[in-house]
Design a protein around this ligand. Structure first.
Ligand SMILES: Cc1ncc(COP(=O)(O)O)c(C=O)c1O
Length: 496
């Protein structure tokens, strides 16, 4: 138990790391240099959390802004790399990273440079309404950024502002595509009846079509996306919703190796139900939307065979296959896109993204997914070039430091450490999942919420998902020495 054997190691300075390396059984990997030498050498906890300054600032904020969902109030001027600082001098190793949305570290120097560029200043103060007045450099910003990392087979993008927005616009594209096919093609005009009925929210102009999602899925909290979200009632209560179907998502048993047959049967059962719903649901299914790993809903995984099955069924029934990579995309699973793990024969029809991209939107390949007329998929901003410039800088940083590879390697190292912990403390590390999925790792634990709070006093900022999972969502710059600090403190937290 290499990392646990090092549990006597306290938070230490970078200067002492060589001695640690010499002890390590994974010497080759631990010889990795820190990407950011200016990062703190470890967490620092100097007060109870929240401390007096944080409490005072939170009370002030509460006068004008609802703070009931607040996790911690941060000082971003003092946060560096993987470390988030508060107002009391506490510095925490951040493996939650703004709900999985910081890719290359707080105050990343390359991003700071991009932020200070004349091009950025120009796009910030002259924000274009992209659908009407795109800037002369918009094509180049897209080609050197968002589209440079487009999933295989998809070469077009519709830009948006957040994950929910990306999904909703993708759903709209799916519905328009569905009706266009029914109508007989893009050149066929809308009928008088369609035009009249849509103004009364009636079919055929506003048709009773549906998007299928999965039980415990999360696709956002805006109106349309909310109807596909099935993770927690609190997201949905009081909000009118569409009559759309949900299919069961496989509930796999762990360790996977010990339940291979059972799990394969479970996935088959879910696929059969998907197909049955597509055939029988009263509101025809225009698209199926799925997360590669159900994230907010509890870190639920399924095998590449399941996703290949979904692709096959959707293709056979002419239903679009939308992969929601809002949380899984941009490197966290050790591949740039999580669906790259599946080796699909044909790409998804649409892939949505946000979070670590710091911008949002959906990729597609089929030109028929562009609506047949302008303004059908439109809003004032349609995304934001300054955010697209930041994504471009993020991509450059990912390439410079080989951060997808880093996440795959660090993830394996971290998973191995967690596996050892789960053998030693099986009651605290149940259903460990995410093997081979970079740092996208989770496990179930009793008293999860208590553990998350306690972690702060050990200098670790960590999140949960679903009812009982601890989820790790570190940044792509998370390295083995960070993993050691995390593993060492996780052990302390459960032993306390
Ligand atoms: C898979 C997935 N889709 C969509 C969303 C919604 O994104 P946003 O909160 O940016 O609207 C989230 C947010 O957590 C998500 O995890």
């Amino acid at each position: 138990m290499a990392s646990i054997a090092r549990s006597s190691l306290r938070v230490r300075s970078v200067a002492r790391l060589p001695a640690v390396r010499a002890m390590s059984t994974t010497r080759v990997l631990r010889a990795d240099k820190p990407f950011f030498p200016e990062e703190p050498s470890g967490p620092k906890v100097v007060t109870a959390i929240p401390g007096p300054n944080n409490k005072k600032a939170a009370a002030e904020l509460n006068e004008v802004f609802d703070v009931r969902s607040m996790n911690m109030l941060a000082d971003y001027t003092k946060s560096v790399g993987n470390y988030i600082a508060d107002l009391d001098g506490n510095v925490l190793l951040d493996v939650y990273a703004q709900i999985a949305s910081i890719p290359v570290g707080y105050n990343n120097p390359h991003l700071l440079k991009a932020a200070a560029s004349p091009q950025m200043a120009n796009s910030l103060i002259n924000r274009p309404a992209l659908g009407n007045f795109p800037s002369a450099d918009w094509a180049s910003i897209l080609n050197t950024g968002i589209l440079k990392v487009a999933p295989k087979g998809l070469d077009q993008v519709f830009t948006a502002m957040a994950g929910s927005d990306a999904n909703e616009t993708a759903y709209k594209a799916a519905f328009m595509y569905y009706r266009q096919r029914e109508r007989g093609g893009p050149e066929v005009e809308f009928s008088e009846e369609e035009i009249a009925s849509t103004m009364n929210n009636q079919s055929p102009g506003s048709p009773q079509l549906s998007i299928m999602s999965f039980r415990s899925a999360f696709h956002g909290r805006l109106f349309g996306s909310l109807s596909t979200t099935r993770s927690k009632p609190i997201h949905k209560l009081d909000i009118p919703s569409f009559d759309w179907p949900q299919a069961p998502f496989p509930q796999l048993k762990y360790p996977l190796e010990e339940h291979a047959q059972e799990n394969a049967a479970e996935e088959q059962r879910c696929l059969q139900e998907v197909e049955r719903l597509i055939k029988e649901f009263h509101n025809p299914v225009a698209a199926v939307v799925v997360e590669p790993i159900q994230s907010e809903g509890g870190d639920n995984h399924a095998s590449p065979a399941f996703f290949n099955g979904l692709r096959e069924i959707t293709k056979r029934h002419n239903v679009l296959f939308i992969v929601d990579e809002v949380q899984t995309g941009v490197g966290a699973t050790g591949k740039f896109w999580a669906h790259d793990h599946w080796n699909l024969q044909t790409p998804p029809d649409i892939v949505t993204f946000s979070k670590k991209a710091q911008t949002a939107g959906y990729y597609y390949g089929n030109p028929a997914l562009r609506p047949n007329k302008p303004y059908r998929q439109f809003n004032t901003w349609m995304g934001d070039p300054s955010r697209a410039l930041i994504f471009r800088a993020i991509i450059e940083e990912i390439e410079r430091l080989k951060l997808v590879e880093n996440t795959a390697i660090t993830g394996d190292y971290l998973y191995a450490g967690l596996e050892r912990l789960s053998q030693q403390y099986p009651e605290h590390f149940q259903n460990l999942r995410g093997k081979g999925q970079g740092t996208f790792i989770a496990w179930d634990t009793p008293n999860r919420d208590e553990i998350l709070v306690k972690a702060k006093s050990f200098g670790i900022n960590i999140g949960g998902s679903g009812a009982s999972a601890v989820r790790l969502r570190p940044m792509l710059i998370f390295q083995k020495h960070h993993a050691d600090i995390l593993l060492e403190n996780l052990e302390k937290i459960i032993k306390q």
